[in-house]
Design a protein around this ligand. Structure first.
Ligand SMILES: Cc1ncc(COP(=O)(O)O)c(C=O)c1O
Length: 431
């Protein structure tokens, strides 16, 4: 028997490139044995101090009167637990002076769901039949957004300027000359730090994007999955930013609680109310456990100290070691560059002039037991032909065990070397 699927079902329920890839990674992980070097996923690292905090909190919930019941046995209101919403608003009010209250906050089952709801709330087919899109001011951008439009592709993306920032190092910059807000743009969106590149949009870039959005009466969305102030996986200066037309997303995943599926959205009350309505229809209510585990850490501000003193230094040291290992593995006989390590849990490699696509490189690496993510997947929404750069990059997670990262990088360098590729064509302003 075969069933007929709707447009929605055909678009979202019949597989996608990224589902195939994630499946591939999942199976490889399940069956790959000890030899497998899993550098492909977005799994955060195991940080012993953070795991001890979670264990302690679960113990407290078991001992507190009504603690475990609050975490497990009730439906919270669709927008989230009232006390948690107030705690988040108060944390940002006293830390940054932002004039926000619980009416500016909604909880979702993870940041991923927050974006699914936000994108489809603002863009896609509009009343009257026109279509609106989300503008990505810079690609590569997070692979998880790419297939989220319920009735088809919904992104318009701009290629970045590429600036050489050091030996073997480059940084993406927003190309403001090309950034045009046409009437079909519903919102601007960027992750900061960016998954996959680890780029952190500068305070200046964020302010310019916010001005642009405000002038055109549209929201600016900033995805802080790795951002400040929590989990705080940012290694340079980058100030958290909010204005009344800005939508910020946060998540408890990368601070160490991906299993609780806790996303936090800060935004204009009109959008927040709509998220509550959508949550009620799609899921009645949101997972409570993460909110109850994190509540005292948010109320006391301890979540900021843990981010600053535990999570950030942990990843910064891992990033330093992984970068040193990359220099050792690639040396000077391969044409390679790495994006500047501003934040996130990834290394982003660029092999200028790579004679095979990054998907082919991915397949060759997989045969050798090293899993990465091919760069092509992060360049959606941009169809300028002939932009070789989109086929020349890979994303490598450095969150895994240091020895696994080092061995994986050595194999990647061997494979790139084995491609016997053409001479380095130089570093043009736009590759
Ligand atoms: C940039 C970015 N945004 C959002 C998410 C979604 O994370 P979660 O749904 O676990 O909060 C991720 C996950 O890796 C991410 O990298």
């Amino acid at each position: 028997m075969s069933y007929e699927f709707s447009q929605f079902g055909r678009h979202l329920g019949c597989g996608s490139g990224i589902e195939e890839l994630m499946d591939d990674l999942g199976h490889a992980l399940a069956c790959g044995g000890r030899e497998l070097k899993m550098l492909g996923g977005g799994q955060p690292a195991e940080i012993p101090e953070m795991n001890a905090v979670w264990r302690g909190r679960v113990r407290d919930l078991l001992q507190e009167a009504g603690g475990i019941e609050r975490a497990l046995t009730i439906y919270d209101p669709p927008r989230g637990n009232g006390r948690f919403l107030e705690a988040i608003a108060a944390l940002f009010r006293r830390t940054f002076g932002w004039e926000i209250g619980p009416e500016n906050i909604a909880i979702t089952p993870g940041g991923q769901t927050a974006f699914f709801l936000l994108f489809n709330l603002l863009a896609g087919r509009m009343p009257g039949g026109s279509r609106k899109k989300i503008l990505l001011p810079l690609v590569p951008e997070y692979i998880g957004y790419s297939d989220q439009g319920i009735d088809g592709p919904m992104f318009h993306a701009i290629a970045p300027l590429i600036e050489k920032t050091g030996p073997r190092e480059f940084k993406y910059r927003v190309d403001f000359d090309r950034l045009e807000i046409t009437p079909d743009i519903a919102a601007i969106c960027a992750s900061r730090p960016t998954n996959p590149s680890g780029n952190v949009l500068t305070d200046g870039e964020i302010a310019r994007l916010a001005d642009l959005a405000e002038r055109h009466g549209i929201p600016l969305m900033i995805d802080n999955a790795y951002g400040a102030p929590f989990p705080g996986i940012i290694f340079g200066e980058a100030a958290p930013f909010w204005r009344p037309h800005v939508v910020l997303t946060y998540s408890l995943s990368k601070i160490g609680l991906p299993g609780t599926r806790t996303g936090i959205v800060i935004g204009p009350p009109e959008i927040i109310r709509a998220l509550g309505s959508l949550s009620a229809i799609v899921g009645l209510s949101n997972p409570n456990t993460g909110q109850q585990i994190a509540l005292p850490l948010v109320e006391s501000g301890e979540i900021l100290r843990l981010s600053r003193e535990v999570v950030r230094p942990f990843y910064q040291e891992k990033s330093r070691l992984a970068r040193a290992a990359a220099h050792e593995a690639f040396g000077d006989d391969v044409d390679w560059l790495m994006h500047r390590g501003d934040g996130s849990i990834f290394l982003w490699f660029w092999f200028p002039g790579l004679p095979i696509t990054s998907r082919e490189l991915y397949a060759r690496l997989k045969k050798r037991g090293v899993l990465v993510i091919p760069g092509e997947y992060f360049f959606y929404g941009h169809d300028e032909p002939g932009w070789a750069h989109r086929h020349e990059c890979i994303r490598v997670s450095y969150a895994m065990d240091g020895a696994v990262v080092r061995d994986g990088l050595r194999v990647i360098a061997e494979e790139v070397r084995a491609c016997g590729k053409a001479a380095h064509p130089g570093l043009p302003a736009r590759a």
